[in-house]
Design a protein around this ligand. Structure first.
Ligand SMILES: Cc1cc2nc3c(=O)[nH]c(=O)nc-3n(C[C@H](O)[C@H](O)[C@H](O)COP(=O)(O)O)c2cc1C
Length: 243
């Protein structure tokens, strides 16, 4: 079972991940990082309105990620390290996917801040006509595994169709925030539907914040689950080791 620390921009750096991995996680996600000029500009505007984001200049981002990966691997050599990244074009993501020792590059099709949406990034990626080609280009040109993080139930987007498209593009993992508007729990029925219709490894995300919800998530048929807010304090007040 994949047990993943989900990305939280500005929080999930190597220092934070090294502290929380011992709770039982076997995949640790760095980022999300912005990789090209449009996404870095968008991140700067997000920071200006008070959000904590990572914001590295273009010439520093790759060495920064490389150092962060090394810092985790030096303490937790058995844990897979993933980097969640935003870019309007595939090449910067390919460059991250070729960083030595990085296990997974995760394409962010999830963020929904206005600044990111207005440049066609984050969850707007789900509406791109060339999404499959975008993902395939990354898959075909990196040395590590590829994950695609998506948000479920985005208006105007059929989540199951997107899951099939990401599978067809050759990605290794579909990381899905199974959020449903107005519901304070994951959309377990949607996850079941997706798991019944794809063979790609599915990582279920949203509201994994108790033993009960871990069980509900696993019962959908996912290959793993991820946790963000449940570990944001640097503590996890339920046990994931037994799953
Ligand atoms: C402060 C914060 C920052 C986040 N940043 C990112 C990010 O950079 N990339 C991403 O894909 N998801 C990001 N997320 C979303 C989480 O990874 C996760 O999908 C969401 O919080 C739902 O999972 P949870 O119920 O376990 O928190 C962020 C969430 C929070 C709370």
């Amino acid at each position: 079972m994949l047990k993943v620390v989900a990305p939280m921009a500005g929080i999930t750096d190597a220092n934070f991940l090294n502290k929380v991995i011992p709770f039982g996680f076997n995949v640790a996600t760095l980022g999300g990082y912005s990789l090209d000029a449009p996404t870095i500009e968008a991140s700067k505007r997000i920071i200006e309105r008070g959000r904590k984001e990572f914001d590295f200049p273009l010439d520093e981002i790759y060495s920064h990620i490389e150092n962060e990966v090394a810092s985790i691997k030096s303490v937790h050599s058995d844990v897979k390290v993933s980097a969640n990244v935003r870019s309007t074009t595939p090449q910067p993501i390919i460059d991250v996917g070729n960083i030595p020792d990085l296990d997974i590059v995760e394409i962010n099709c999830h963020c929904r801040q206005d600044e990111i949406l207005s440049i066609g990034c984050g969850q707007e990626m789900l509406k791109r006509q060339d999404l499959q080609d975008f993902v395939s280009q990354v898959v075909d040109n990196v040395s590590c595994e590829v994950s695609v993080k998506i948000r479920a139930n985005v208006e105007g987007v059929n989540t199951l169709d997107i899951a099939c498209l990401i599978e067809d593009a050759g990605a290794d993992y579909l990381h899905i925030d199974a959020m449903k508007k107005g519901v304070f729990d994951a959309d377990y029925n949607l996850l079941k539907d997706i798991c019944n219709n794809v063979h790609i490894q599915v990582i279920g995300n949203n509201s994994v914040n108790s033993d009960v919800n871990v069980k509900k998530m696993i019962e959908t048929g996912v290959n793993g689950f991820s946790i963000a807010r449940g570990v944001i304090s640097g503590n996890l007040d339920f046990n994931i080791s037994d799953f």
